[in-house]
Design a protein around this ligand. Structure first.
Ligand code: PGA
Length: 242
């Protein structure tokens, strides 16, 4: 059985053209083991596409609009993202939900538009600290799945990202991740890839990836650490048969 996982690096509004160039040339010298998706800021995508030459690395965008085109100044359409070489798009990241007031309904539309335009959406869901403290994690996740997952098409991934764990250095416990992913697996079935995100680092990613029902990780801060991220994407777990 293969232990190859999906590792997604979300640069957010960080990085630069020179950082991208540095990473691209470094990755060319590495033996990449996992399936990787890099999500740099939008303007860097065409350059990344032109210079990427690894079959293991794909490009993702950090968001797209729910409409394919129109008078939406400053927004980005799924069809153009596909045209410039993206295969994936993050949808409903908690920072989009928080700072851009994105609702589950809008996220669902975005996911459907992404699928209709040949992109694989990675739909982000997760409870906030208050919901967690009130013991509502599983019901919040179940509701987010019901209301924000595309109803058309099945080619999407779901990332469980507890809001309180994003960028805080506080990772969910292995037990919490196991419980959440097992509930998501039951609700979503075997074919949907389930990722965990929230303070994933070089020190904890292997044990997270070893959990049942964890098909990959979504990494923010640690994807900006060139050496750490490169080790993470190249590290072939023990007993692999790939
Ligand atoms: P983090 O971010 O790894 O820095 O916690 C994860 C994310 O926002 O997707």
């Amino acid at each position: 059985m293969t232990t190859q996982k999906l590792i997604v690096g979300n640069w957010k509004m960080n990085g630069s053209l020179s950082f991208l160039k540095e990473n691209l040339s470094y990755w060319q010298t590495q033996k990449i083991f996992h399936q990787i998706v890099i999500c740099p800021p939008f303007p860097l995508l065409p350059f990344a596409k032109e210079h990427l030459n690894s079959p293991f690395i794909s490009l993702g965008a950090q968001d797209c609009h729910n409409k394919v085109s129109g008078a939406f100044t400053g927004d980005i359409s799924a069809s153009i993202l596909y045209e410039v070489g993206c295969q994936y798009v993050l949808i409903g990241h908690s920072e989009r939900r928080q700072y851009h007031n994105e609702t589950n309904e809008l996220i669902k539309e975005k996911g459907e538009t992404a699928i209709a335009n040949h992109l694989i959406p990675i739909i982000c869901i997760g409870e906030n600290l208050q919901e967690r403290e009130q013991g509502k994690t599983l019901s919040i996740l179940s509701n987010q799945v019901t209301t924000s997952i595309p109803s058309k098409g099945s080619n999407f991934c779901v990332a469980y990202e507890p809001v309180w764990a994003i960028g805080t250095g506080k990772t969910a416990s292995l037990n919490d991740i196991t419980k959440a992913h097992s509930a998501l697996r039951q609700q979503l079935g075997q074919n949907i890839k389930l990722l965990y995100g929230g303070s994933v680092t070089i020190d904890n990613y292997l044990e997270i990836l070893s959990l049942d029902n964890v098909d990959g990780v979504l990494i923010g801060g640690a994807s900006l650490k060139k050496d750490d991220f490169s080790r993470m994407i190249c590290n072939e777990p023990a007993n692999s048969t790939r």
